[in-house]
Write a protein that binds this ligand. Structure first.
Ligand code: BES
Ligand code: MN
Ligand code: ZN
Length: 496
């Protein structure tokens, strides 16, 4: 899909649809919308007076053959209250407009930003929203809906003076959204098409193409490194584990500067192991590698955006299978760090593989750690599928992260990890146990377990179990993988 800045006056654009957005206020026909209204002989004001055009968030008003415009259609999307308007809403508006028009077999449209929209920020938001909205899970459909695809978007409404900034925002938005869609594509792959080995091959190919340093640890190297927690999960099935290490080093790397470690859980299928999951809905456990795919996607974007800070991405990957060689409840494992773990539930496997991933990232020199994982069903109970659960051991670092989430327009909510919860994972026969002995707080217990392997390093844990997958299509995003947290992580790294 092409997106290009268009300088021509919008009334003269010969396009299949001209799209803009309208605020919910006493007189929604203002500024550029008022200009459109004049071109359309007052139709918009009439619709507003009649109550059909209100500006309520994501309300769609489609007008065919609008008088006075060269466009075949005029689509006005509700933007909600002007005071509450953010680039996060603009991103959704662009996405919802794309999906609305695509469903009506439109192939090309012009998106008109409103007067006084900040050029760089708005162009980035529209590009991100439109490109993410254009993603469909039709890779394995033999009959593709080719008649339903958007080929071109013209981005209009910027002055000549704003053009450079708009181009910059558009380019950045494209890099970020392409990385997000790349990750979503991986997350969508079923486990027979994406084993740890295949994921590692894809990560390696991506890194080489992007110009990033990459090392893939195979089962032999993983054994040599004594990654006992990761190996305990992979022993349940025939697919060998992998650890992907992708590194970005800035041109002016200074000694003593922070090194960010991004660790992502990549369980390519989670049956639960011997503590097996119920059959109902188990197919969804193909997305248990979303954290890993997201971290790799972040690296793909960073390779182009070139931040000033070094970033090491470590992605441990395995299946979690209940084979004859599988670990059993009560087994004791020794993690790479030397800590012993009582595995009371083989379905709490994400924290096991992250334990070794985090320890290895630290060994490679990471000073600030962030992990992303589809870790617990409990986070879905706590935050539903709305907010990412954020756990942080260092408040200034966590605050910086939450500010990035806000800027990137991703909903995240900080959860507690005080020492009172440490009791929950104290082991009876080993140092720690992999599930909590207390009642409730399952997402926190998972975080506390991971924390054991972070030492003194500032660390953030993202539980994306509730947000990495859309069970229902949204008007601005298809059903399926979301690529959540990628934009926030890119935003955070770029802020260094
Ligand atoms: N991959 C699951 C968590 C999950 C649940 C992801 C729902 C996406 C949607 C994880 O490995 C898991 O099984 N967690 C257990 C932990 C429990 C045994 C302490 C859970 O949440 O039930
Ligand atoms: Mn599990
Ligand atoms: Zn899992």
């Amino acid at each position: 899909m092409q997106i290009a800045i268009e300088a021509k006056p919008y009334a003269a654009l010969e396009t299949e649809a001209l799209v803009s957005y309208i605020f919910e206020e006493s007189d929604p026909v203002q500024g550029r919308i008022s200009e459109l209204d004049q071109a359309a002989n007052g139709l918009l004001r009439t619709l507003a007076r009649s109550g059909e055009l209100t500006g309520k968030t994501l309300e769609m008003t489609l007008i065919h053959a609008p008088a006075g415009l060269k466009a075949a259609r005029l689509l006005l999307v509700g933007a909600g209250k002007r005071e509450q308007f953010t680039s996060a809403i603009l991103r959704k508006i662009a996405g919802a407009a794309l999906r609305y028009l695509k469903a009506r077999s439109v192939k090309q449209f012009a998106f008109l930003v409103r007067e006084s929209a900040p050029a760089e920020e708005s162009a980035q938001a529209v590009a991100e929203g439109a490109l993410a909205a254009n993603f469909e899970s039709d890779k394995y459909k033999t009959e593709k809906k080719n008649d339903k695809s958007i080929d071109t978007i013209l981005l209009a409404g910027y002055s000549d003076a704003e053009r450079t900034a708009a181009e910059k925002g558009l380019a950045r938005g494209r890099v970020i959204a392409d990385a997000q869609n790349w990750a979503r594509d991986l997350i969508n792959e079923p486990s027979n098409k994406l084993t740890p080995k295949i994921l590692a091959e894809k990560a390696e190919a991506m890194a080489k193409q992007a110009g990033l340093a990459v090392e893939i640890l195979d089962e032999k190297k993983i054994t040599e490194l004594k990654m006992g927690a990761l190996l305990s999960v992979s022993q349940g099935g025939p697919e060998p584990p992998r650890v992907m290490v992708v590194t970005y080093t800035p041109a002016n790397s200074k000694p003593g500067a922070p090194v960010i470690g991004l660790i992502g859980k990549a369980v390519t299928f989670d049956t639960g192991g011997i503590s097996i999951k119920p059959a109902d809905g188990m197919e969804k456990m193909k997305y248990d590698m979303a954290g890993g795919a997201t971290m790799l996607g972040v690296m793909r974007a960073l390779a182009v955006l070139k931040p000033n800070v070094k970033v090491i991405c470590v992605v441990p990957s395995t299946e979690n299978m209940p084979g004859g060689t599988a670990q059993k409840p009560g087994d004791i494992q020794t993690a790479m760090s030397g800590k012993t773990i009582e595995v009371l539930n083989t379905d709490a496997e994400g924290r096991l593989i992250l334990a070794d991933g985090i320890h290895y990232a630290k060994q490679l020199g990471a000073t600030h750690l962030i992990d992303a994982a589809t870790l617990t069903g409990a986070i879905v109970v706590a935050l539903a599928n709305v907010n990412v659960g954020v756990f942080g051991s260092d408040q200034p670092f966590t605050d910086k992260f939450l500010a990035s989430a806000k800027a990137a327009g991703e909903k995240m909510w900080q959860m507690p990890i005080d020492d009172d919860y440490r009791e929950f994972i104290k082991g009876t026969v080993a140092d720690i146990q992999n599930i909590g002995s207390g009642k409730g707080g399952g997402a926190i217990t998972g975080a506390m377990f991971i924390k054991e392997f972070t030492g003194d390093s500032p660390w953030i844990h993202l539980d994306i179990a509730g947000t990495a997958w859309n069970d229902d299509a949204k008007s601005w995003l298809a059903k399926g993988p979301t690529g959540v947290a990628l934009r926030t992580l890119v935003q955070l790294v770029m802020s260094y």
